[in-house]
Design a protein around this ligand. Structure first.
Ligand code: DHE
Length: 509
């Protein structure tokens, strides 16, 4: 479709939007039945793709084609318009959060047992991004137990209740869905924000915390998604606010740890009802819990940093946060650091060129110490760092840069993808955790092969053929032979209930 830019500029795109788009995407572009169309939500959609979707619609969704109605100029004008910020900026108040909540009462006398026959601890939750569905897979027989529609664009690892019965999904548009894996039904939903990063569930199962880019908030819910309170992600004087990079549960500390993207602070919010008062001078803004009014409980404890963090994860003790700041420009260098949560300060620089993605790395025992291994986007290698000295011990070559490295306590191997490499995206590299050397590869020629997760016993590795007509491929983790494959629609990630709720060292938490 040829576009006359002068013609596109003369179109009243705002009026076109209200006429054709607002009923599904919301008058404020914050989403209704259709997804939000805000600059923050569209970062990952290439301009050409946006134009094509407006012109030709999106198959298997309710998005119709507008090319005939609007012509090339109208389509181009709309594609440009949805990239502009909404003025005034859309808000999402506590009242709006509360009003968005839905809850489905459990059927009377519902038995507390699965509707299906399989080991509930060896269940895989597979997020199929291609058509926004979730499949539940029996991790012993490798059969699909159930498949259901999800919210648009789930992102990140779903989080489980401590008993593994419930799972919480987070969508980029801010929706949290609590799903009962045993009874196969949605329990509750709430919209925590307009553009959300991720959710964390407390280790006692009582709290769910959401990290938002838009608005600049954290939102805290009880286990059934009643809003408890929101936290403004701002400096103590309230003058500067920030997008929230991510929130994670630090189970042994009974706290949530929060990274802020635009403010050099790391936050810790204790959900320990016995949380002690905090006197270090950085905490003045905690809120008293109503039920247990102890200072510190649900209060914000700030650790000042030299620069904001984009990504982080913990060591196995959860005393140290390993954080990375992405380069501000394409050719700049990422920096990484270790922040000790007890000392409340940076204790070391991390000698890696940048953790490419949250939850990408793993830890394991090596040579009498514990090492951290993380894919290094720059070099296409796996950086291995001794967690006692924080010094590099090895740099393991892979055929190209990748996103995820995964292992399991019961296997001697770690599996890395190279999904960012145009030539090696189809290859998984299998690394011996004792010698720190690659020992084998498995391939899916010409396709993207990525994101491994192990069965509960570590005997099988499941990987994604990350394509629209993709698959979940099951490999024997000792022989690396394929044992089964299940067709799936772009299975972006898979999560094993047991490995997640026991916080296996070989996967993300
Ligand atoms: Fe992710 C997890 C952020 C791009 C697939 N990603 C996460 C988490 C965050 C995050 C904060 C942790 C959530 C959690 O588990 O609690 N991701 C980001 C980014 O900032 C980045 C680089 C850019 C962005 O668009 O936000 C990004 N992520 C991607 C992708 O391009 C991936 C490969 C494809 C996609 O679907 O977007 C991708 N992200 C994933 C997956 C996880 C994830 C599969 C969960 C990994 C796990 O095993 O836990």
């Amino acid at each position: 479709m040829g576009v006359d830019m002068a013609a596109a500029q003369s179109v009243d795109a705002k009026a076109l939007y209200q006429q054709h788009c607002a009923s599904c995407h919301g008058a404020q572009r914050t989403g209704l039945m259709g997804p939000a169309l805000l600059p923050e939500s569209l970062e990952r959609l290439r301009p050409a793709e946006a134009t094509q979707v407006i012109a030709q619609g999106r198959p298997a969704t309710q998005m119709p084609a507008f090319a005939d109605q609007l012509g090339a100029a109208g389509v181009a004008a709309l594609a440009a318009y949805i990239r502009t910020p909404v003025q005034p900026a859309p808000h999402w108040s506590d009242e709006e959060i509360r009003a968005s909540r839905t809850f489905a009462e459990a059927p009377k006398d519902e038995p507390a047992q699965p509707l299906w026959h399989a080991d509930p601890m060896n269940l895989f939750v597979v997020v199929e991004g291609g058509d926004h569905h979730v499949s539940l897979v029996d991790g012993d027989r490798f059969e699909v137990i159930a498949r259901f529609a999800s919210r648009f664009a789930l992102h990140g690892g779903p989080k489980f209740s401590p008993d593994g019965r419930y799972v919480y999904f987070g969508s980029r548009d801010g929706w949290i869905t609590k799903y009962d894996l045993w009874r196969l039904r949605v329990v509750a939903e709430v919209r925590a924000g307009l553009n959300m990063r991720n959710v964390a569930v407390s280790s006692d199962g009582r709290w769910v915390m959401a990290a938002n880019y838009l608005p600049h908030t954290l939102a805290l819910f009880d286990a059934d998604l009643h809003l408890r309170q929101t936290y403004s992600a701002a400096t103590l004087d309230g003058k500067t606010s920030s997008r929230v990079s991510a929130v994670y549960d630090a189970a042994p500390r009974k706290s949530f740890v929060v990274a802020l993207k635009d403010i050099p602070e790391l936050w810790e919010i204790s959900y320990d009802p016995k949380a002690a008062p905090i006197f270090d001078g950085y905490v003045h803004d905690y809120k008293m819990g109503e039920a247990i009014a102890k200072p510190g409980f649900l209060g914000v404890h700030r650790t000042p940093l030299e620069e904001p963090l984009d990504d982080f994860f913990f060591d196995q003790s959860y005393r140290n946060v390993l954080g990375a700041t992405r380069p501000k420009s394409g050719d700049g260098a990422a920096t990484a650091q270790v922040v000790n949560l007890d000392a409340r300060r940076k204790i070391a620089d991390l000698p890696i060129a940048g953790m490419p993605h949250l939850g990408s790395g793993i830890t394991f025992a090596w040579n009498g110490s514990t090492v951290l291994a993380s894919p290094n986007l720059k070099g296409g290698t796996i950086d291995v760092i001794d967690m006692k000295t924080w010094k590099p011990v090895a740099s393991i070559p892979t055929p190209g840069p990748g996103f995820f490295l995964r292992s399991h306590e019961a296997t001697p191997y770690a599996w890395a993808d190279s999904m960012m490499s145009p030539t090696a995206k189809d290859t998984l590299t299998i690394i011996d955790k004792a010698t720190l050397k690659p020992v084998a590869t498995v391939r899916e020629p010409g396709k993207t092969l990525a994101h491994v997760e192990f069965t509960k016993d570590g005997k099988f590795a499941l990987a994604s053929v990350w394509e629209q007509d993709g698959a979940l491929v099951v490999y024997d983790a000792a022989t690396f032979k394929e044992v089964k494959r299940l067709p799936m629609c772009k299975p972006v990630g898979k999560y094993n209930v047991w490995n997640k709720i026991t916080r296996s060292e070989g996967t993300s938490h």
